[in-house]
Design a protein around this ligand. Structure first.
Ligand SMILES: C[S@@+](CC[C@H](N)C(=O)[O-])C[C@H]1O[C@@H](n2cnc3c(N)ncnc32)[C@H](O)[C@@H]1O
Length: 445
């Protein structure tokens, strides 16, 4: 597609950036601090850096806002470059990890001290005679399937030792994050991302020891902190890392307080962010089953998965404000929803894509309105996202977000395609053959 990307004419630039991976977490996984927690929904830190370079921002005073902060890619880049940042994340567990990623003030002496204490606990921990029944009392079935009993006992000891440390909050959070980030490394189940296959064994992890892998991870993470601090802008910047709901941030974020928005909302693709952290929540003892994950996480997120839908709930109607302010988009989506509600009756899974679509666009409408309020006049909001085709019904989410933005007050929008997606499914007869894409939608206030 022709067009401009973040104000650069990509057709005539001789050194074009490779934009095809900007919607994926690959670059970030290899970067210090960014890659601590593998978040399959994350995007590339290079995309954020590039958009900041192109925007008219001032180091030390300009503020960058990410309403779907996730693992904090936008905020980490802002901090490295010396800009202020605000991030909102509704998933409490992910928010807490990101908060610790944003703390680069870790004392080596204190950390070393804490590590020695944990090591002592691990070496003197008395392994129960009947280890497996003991672990069964502590952990849900999924966790028992994912780890060798000896390793799980070591991880359990580390987890409890961290809780008992008398270190500062920052150090304890750092150590907690390291433990969470090591879980999938030492798991013997195929804990691929995002979901877990407990019945498939990952042989490469059979010989990994819990304590050693953990200690190495802590040291590697500390090395990352040293590196990021060394390269970072040395002046002062402020960072608000909020656990909240970006559909309505009135009272938390002031009007016209952001000079740039860079974000990636959930896609309309049935990805369950709550389920993504199931292994971690179960291991940390923060949830024991689906219901607890729903209460703590699923209910707090904007609609983007059928697992969030309860068909008896009457809230799945388009909002009056959306119908009134965005009549064309409402008409388009009403037709799509009608098709989806007919199609679901012909499918085995009877997935609630119809209600999911209504919920998704109600939420997107509120978020764009709130983003408009928070953004300073003359600034831009950039959204990385993919379109989708539930049951083969194409929903051009990027176009719709652009149009909704203009309908609620933005002066114009542009779309730049990052990559085509979905080709690998072509041979699967169960899948639709609509070619999908990942794009950046740029709204100008
Ligand atoms: C596509 S991910 C963003 C990932 C992020 N760009 C990164 O690099 O890690 C979307 C995020 O939005 C979060 N989310 C969902 N509903 C939300 C809401 N109402 N308010 C704030 N965050 C929400 C999800 O938990 C998820 O972390």
């Amino acid at each position: 597609m022709q067009g401009t990307l973040f104000d650069i004419d990509v057709e005539i630039k001789t050194k074009e950036p490779d934009i095809s991976e900007w919607g994926t977490f690959r670059d970030s996984l290899r970067a210090p601090v960014h890659g601590w927690f593998t978040y399959p929904a994350g995007f590339s830190y290079k995309a954020v850096e590039h958009s900041i370079e192109q925007a008219d921002l001032t180091v030390g005073t300009s503020t960058i806002y990410d309403p779907f902060m996730g693992s904090g890619t936008t905020n980490l880049v802002a901090k490295s470059l010396g800009f202020n940042s605000i991030g909102v994340e509704a998933h409490p567990f992910v928010h807490r990890i990101t908060q610790s990623k944003m703390n680069w003030d870790i004392s080596f002496d204190e950390l070393n001290n804490a590590i020695e204490k944990i090591q002592k606990q691990v070496s003197k921990a008395e392994r129960p005679e009947k280890l497996e029944p003991f672990l069964k009392q502590e952990f849900p079935e999924l966790i028992l399937k994912c780890f060798l009993p000896e390793t799980l006992f070591e991880l359990w000891t580390i987890r409890n030792s961290i809780l008992k440390l008398d270190s500062t909050k920052g150090t304890k959070e750092f150590l907690r994050t390291a433990l969470i980030c090591v879980l999938r490394d030492v798991s013997i189940a195929a804990t691929g991302w995002p979901y877990i296959a407990p019945n498939k064994t990952k042989v490469t992890s059979m010989s990994k020891k819990g304590w050693e892998t953990y200690r190495n991870r802590v040291l590697k993470m500390y090395g990352d902190i040293v590196e990021i601090n060394r390269k970072a802008y040395k002046g002062k910047s402020t960072h608000q890392v909020l656990n909240g709901d970006s559909r309505n941030t009135v009272g938390q974020i002031a009007d016209e307080s952001a000079d740039h928005i860079f974000t990636s909302p959930p896609y309309l693709n049935n990805f369950d962010y709550a389920d993504r952290t199931r292994l971690e929540l179960y291991f940390m003892g923060e949830a024991k089953n689906w219901g607890e994950i729903s209460d703590q996480v699923r209910k707090k997120l904007m609609t983007s998965a059928t697992t969030q839908i309860n068909r008896t709930d009457s809230k799945y109607q388009f909002l009056e404000g959306f119908k009134f302010e965005c009549p064309d988009q409402y008409t388009f989506l009403s037709n799509a929803v009608e098709k989806l509600s007919e199609l679901r009756l012909t499918k085995g899974g009877k997935k609630s894509y119809d209600l999911m679509t209504i919920g998704y666009f109600n939420d997107i409408y509120q978020i764009i309105k709130d983003n408009f309020r928070v953004l300073r006049k003359g600034s831009k909001a950039l959204y990385i996202l993919g379109d989708s085709a539930p049951y083969g019904v194409h929903i051009p989410t990027d176009e719709l977000i652009g149009q909704i933005g203009v309908a609620i007050g933005f002066s114009n929008y542009q779309i730049q395609i990052l990559r085509e997606r979905g080709g690998k499914w072509e041979k699967n007869p169960q899948r639709h053959n609509v070619m999908l894409r990942e794009s950046v939608v740029i709204l100008q206030k």
